[in-house]
Structure formats: C-alpha cells, structure tokens
Design a protein around this ligand. Structure first.
Ligand code: NZQ
Ligand code: ZN
Length: 391
C-alpha cells in the first residue's frame, strides 16, 4: 500500500433490530431543540415517524419539522431547511430517511449560519466551513441502504435552474453524522426498484475506489470482499425483501463502501458518479439508476487502460476461471457477469429509459466533471462518446 493518509471516522453507529433505542441514549447529549428532517411521507406510512416522535417526546425535545425533502434534494429546498434550522435555533438535526435526507441535513448544518449563498459557497467554490463557523450537529435514522451518507461527510445537492448536481465531500469532521441508527427492518418497506438502485449504488461506490492504482493494496482486498457480499445478499434480498440476514448485510456493506475506509491509500476514480450526476441533473432520475445506466459503456471504455485490475475483478469477484484465456477475454467475461447480475436486479441499463435524449448530450457532457484519479483521464470527446453509447 503506497499511499499515506490519516484515518478517522467520528460517526457512532447503532446497528440491529433494536437500534432505535440508541436514539434515546444519545438525545440527552444535545440541547432541547431538534429539527426533524424527512422526505415525502414513507416514514409516516411505515410507522417509523411515530416511533421516532415517541422517543423525542420521552426525551422532552421541542421538535420543528422540515418535510418533503425530495430525492436529489435541491438548492431551493436547502435554503428552506437552513432558514428553519436558524429560526428554530436547532441544537440537533435528525434526518430520518435515505441518503437524500441525510445529505440534505448535512448541507443544512453548514448553511444555517452561513452569510453567503450556500450553493455558491459549498457546491460551486467547494469552500470548507471555517473553524469558528457554527455547524449544527447531525444524526441519522437510516431507512434505505445505498449511499453511505450515514457515515460520511458528503452532501449532494441539485440545482435544477443551473442543471447541475454536485457533491461536496466535506473535510471538516464536524459534518459527519454524530451518530446513525442502522435498523435493517426499516428498509423492508422500500419499493423493489429503490432497493435495486441502492444495491447498485453501494456496489458502484466500491468500484469507484477499486478501479485505480497499480500497487498491492489492502483496500482492494477489502473491496473484493464487500463486492462479493453485495452480490450474494442482493440475490437473496431481491427474492425475499424481509430476509433479515440479507438486508442487514446490505446495510452494513453500504456503510463500509463509502465511509472512507476502502479508499484509503489510493487515488480513486469516481467517473461513473460524475457521468451519473450529469444525467441526474438533466433527468432527475434515481441516483443508483443513473449510475447503472452509464456503467457498462464506461467500464468497457476503461477496461484496456486498467486491464490487470479488470482481470483481477473478473477472477476474484465474479469467479471467472482464467485457464487458457487471454487477459482481455477474462476481463470481458467479468464485465459480462456484472451485466447479467445488473439485469437480474432490474436496474436501468441505458439513459434513454431515464428520459435522456440525444439533444441533451452536449449539455450532459458539459455538466460532467472530469476527475483524474482513475486509469484514464477522459477527454471531453470521450465523455460524450460514453454518454452517447449509454443512450
Ligand atoms: O421521500 P421518502 O418518503 O422518504 O421516500 C424515499 C424516496 O422516495 C424512499 N424511501 C426511503 N426509505 C424508504 C422509502 N420508501 C419506503 N420505505 C423506506 N424505508 O426511497 C426514495 C429514495 O430515497 P433517497 O433518500 O432519495 O435515496 P438514496 O438513499 O439513494 O439517496 C439519494 C441521494 O443521495 C446522494 C444522491 O446523489 C442522491 O441525491 N448520494 C449521496 C452520497 C453521499 N452522501 O456520500 C453518495 C452517493 O453516491 C449519492 O450521490
Ligand atoms: Zn452513489
């Protein structure tokens, strides 16, 4: 492992079917005022809202609500949340939902007392809060596995006016959730399409950190184990969504896929996310689906530049037998197995099915940030070609 790094993750996790009790245990550490953040109402239907409210009431908290946080939360909604946090003088922001609620809460946490336009400051100029800036603590009750937002300092915000979807991974550790509740049974009510999107999202987070570097790196061995766990558990969970073992494995894997551990000591790729975010900015499609829709075109483009890693991926993750085959044939077989698995999940395999059209190609190309950590730094032409091949 050739890279040098500092590793610290400050998020405390409560995991398991009784883990909501962790919320009761943590609440006394914070002031009276809680900003409760949730989405379009699934938590009211499945009873999680009532259970959380009961615990907040028992802890004698004053609760202000920001509801209607949409998938792919917007810069306008961020302003609304920041105002609510400031005016209610929130001591804690409690996100109850998936990655969107969790990301949104972190963005609100840094924006509530920011005198600048938060979109410009944090998502265009990528500034970090200063040491003296106030950041409201965030906690999360997770209801969907996929993003890893429950244990990282990332927040992705969409500006529909500018047609940009941008993620800021904050380096200020105050942005990490203070604690997160991971109860696998809370994910049982997730529609199958969302479950599949989350599964592909977590898998791709691992790919983004795996497809880079030429050194022998512990992180890559961890990644291979996590990928195999996703493949095994996804097959069980898609057939039987209430299989606790599979749902708990998926939840735990999603967290470790993007809590900074497996990317340590490596440069990282993240081009599927950059392409997917551009598609998302134009279509507002489900995050995981935007990734799956561009993945095969991207990885087939990338394979010759990182052939040794793609060969290793085929053998160690997909069990491809190498005997008598060329490296390229082994690598291709691995990608073919990955495609078969993706189709079995029912994730989007092209961007047309998400509403992207040929006349959006130039705009989506311009909206794609080109990163430099992977096996090939793409040219603008190559970005457009991969998007075109994804149509
Ligand atoms: O709005 P509600 O009613 O909560 O419904 C949600 C939403 O419609 C529903 N849902 C969630 N839990 C449910 C449920 N429905 C029934 N039962 C449950 N238990 O699922 C839908 C999608 O939820 P959302 O939170 O949008 O999904 P996800 O967790 O995939 O989050 C997506 C957002 O996270 C960002 C994405 O870009 C996107 O904006 N990401 C954040 C990352 C990070 N912080 O590191 C990294 C990721 O790559 C990603 O970019
Ligand atoms: Zn993702």
């Amino acid at each position: 492992m050739l890279g040098a790094f500092t590793y610290h993750n400050p998020t405390k996790l409560y995991v398991g079917s009784d883990s909501l009790e962790g919320l009761a245990r943590e609440l006394p550490h914070y002031g009276k005022k809680v900003l409760l953040v949730y989405g379009g109402g699934s938590i009211k239907k499945n009873g999680i809202y009532d259970r959380v409210m009961e615990i907040l009431k028992r802890a004698e908290k004053e609760v202000t609500e920001v509801s209607g946080v949409m998938p792919n939360p917007t810069s306008d909604k961020l302003l609304e949340g920041a105002r609510a946090a400031r005016e209610s003088e929130a001591d804690l922001i409690l996100a109850v939902g998936g990655g969107s609620c969790c990301d949104f809460s972190k963005a609100v946490a840094v924006s509530a007392y920011c005198h600048d336009d938060p979109w410009e400051k944090f998502f265009i100029r990528f500034e970090e809060p200063k040491a003296e800036d106030r950041i409201i603590p965030v906690a999360c009750v997770l209801t969907m596995a996929g993003t890893g937002s429950e244990m990282n300092a990332g927040a992705v915000i969409t500006n529909p006016h500018k047609k940009l979807k941008i993620g800021h991974v904050f380096s200020d550790e105050r942005v990490f959730p203070k604690f997160s509740i991971l109860n696998p049974t809370f994910t049982y009510t997730l529609p199958k399409r969302q479950m599949a999107a989350g599964i592909y999202d977590m898998f791709n987070h691992i790919c983004e950190q795996y497809f880079s570097g030429h050194d022998d790196n512990t992180s890559d061995y961890l990644s291979e184990g996590l990928m195999r766990s996703v493949i095994a558990s996804s097959t069980v969970a898609m057939k039987n969504p209430e299989n606790y073992e599979a749902r708990s494995n998926l939840m735990w894997t999603a967290t470790w896929a993007l809590n900074t551990l497996i990317g340590e000591g490596k440069t990282q790729d993240w081009m599927v996310h950059m392409l997917g975010q551009a598609v998302g900015a134009y279509t507002n499609a489900t995050h995981g689906m935007t990734l799956s829709a561009v993945s095969m075109a991207y990885y087939r483009f990338l394979m010759p530049y990182g052939l040794a890693k793609f060969k290793r991926f085929a053998i160690n993750v997909w069990g491809v037998l190498p005997d008598g085959k060329t490296d390229a044939a082994i690598a291709r077989e691995g990608l073919a197995d990955m495609e078969t698995w993706m189709r079995s999940l029912g994730v989007a395999m092209n961007i047309s099915e998400l509403g992207a059209t040929a006349d959006m190609l130039e705009g989506m190309t311009d909206a794609t940030f080109i990163l430099k950590g992977g096996y090939k730094v793409m040219t603008r032409e190559e970005v457009r070609e991969v998007l075109r091949a994804s149509l």
